[in-house]
Design a protein around this ligand. Structure first.
Ligand SMILES: NC(=O)c1ccc[n+]([C@@H]2O[C@H](COP(=O)([O-])OP(=O)(O)OC[C@H]3O[C@@H](n4cnc5c(N)ncnc54)[C@H](OP(=O)(O)O)[C@@H]3O)[C@@H](O)[C@H]2O)c1
Length: 246
């Protein structure tokens, strides 16, 4: 389905590549005009916008370093100016790397907690007036199995995702009844490019389904939350092959 000029607008942070790109493509197909936020992946963002347009949709790429408050503010100013509205915020941008206990440096903590928790909070705060004005505004946060089962070698990332889970519930309460706030919690859907074979096998073995998922599994769940029953708020849907209960 192509998006009309008055179609609802979705902003997907970290939307240029990998899981964020799949979410962008799926939301565009579902009729949203999509703002593809990126930081370093300018070329990938341009390709994602082109792919949306080639499929008959509408998209726009906007850059911001979400570790910088002024850039977050600039991003939402640009969304309001370029689109005049915002109906859905998907907080997907994230830093993710191992930080074994005993070796964690403060800048790593700041980056992992900054991208996975602080930025989603301030994005939500800045999005809120636009989402309220929409009349059917929504936020979907992208968590991780680590939010409820912390990965020992990834503690700053895990506690940031646990905070994002609490933020999902807190925002659902703070923004009710006007704005709904839900989350998806992926398991291994697209492992980091630098993972070796043993790390890949361990991640897949930890699931009940004994296989990796796909970015499209996450994207379809985001579309379900965005376009499905509107009696869901504060809900968290695991898309993890059963990893969280294994
Ligand atoms: N992949 C999985 O299997 C998996 C599993 C569980 C949970 N998740 C969650 O799903 C989401 C997407 O996963 P992914 O693997 O696609 O993520 P990713 O590739 O690790 O990162 C997504 C994007 O985040 C952006 N980003 C990082 N730091 C940023 C900053 N300071 N400012 C602005 N943007 C920044 C990057 O944009 P640029 O490239 O433009 O710099 C990057 O492309 C994440 O929230 C992740 O935690 C993924």
């Amino acid at each position: 389905m192509g998006a009309a000029n008055d179609a609802p607008v979705a902003l997907v942070t970290g939307g240029a590549r990998r899981v964020g790109r799949a979410i962008v493509l799926a939301l565009a197909k579902a009729g949203f005009r999509v703002v593809v936020h990126y930081r370093e992946s300018r070329e990938d963002a341009a390709i994602t916008v082109r792919d949306v347009e080639a499929a008959g949709g509408k998209a726009l790429a906007l850059r911001a370093d979400l570790l910088r408050m002024t850039e977050i503010e600039g991003l939402f100013g640009s969304v309001a100016e370029a689109c005049g509205r915002l109906d859905l915020l998907v907080n997907s941008a994230s830093a993710f790397y191992a930080t074994p206990l005993g070796s964690v440096l403060e800048p790593q903590w700041d980056e992992l907690v900054g991208t996975n928790l602080k930025a989603p909070f301030f994005c939500a705060q800045l999005a809120a007036p636009l989402l309220v004005a929409s009349g059917r505004g929504q936020i979907v946060n992208v968590l991780d199995t680590a939010a409820t089962r912390p990965f020992p070698a990834y503690l700053p990332y895990s506690v940031a995702k646990a905070g994002l889970l609490a933020l999902t519930h807190g925002l659902a309460r703070a923004l009710a009844p006007k704005v709904r706030v839900n989350a998806v919690a992926p398991g291994p859907v697209l492992l980091p490019e630098e993972f070796d074979e043993a790390q890949r096998r361990r991640a897949v073995d930890a699931t009940l389904l004994k296989r990796a998922g796909t970015p499209e599994d996450v994207a379809r769940t985001v579309v379900f939350l965005a376009t499905g029953p509107d009696y869901l708020t504060g809900a968290v849907i695991p898309v993890d092959g059963g990893r969280s209960i294994a």
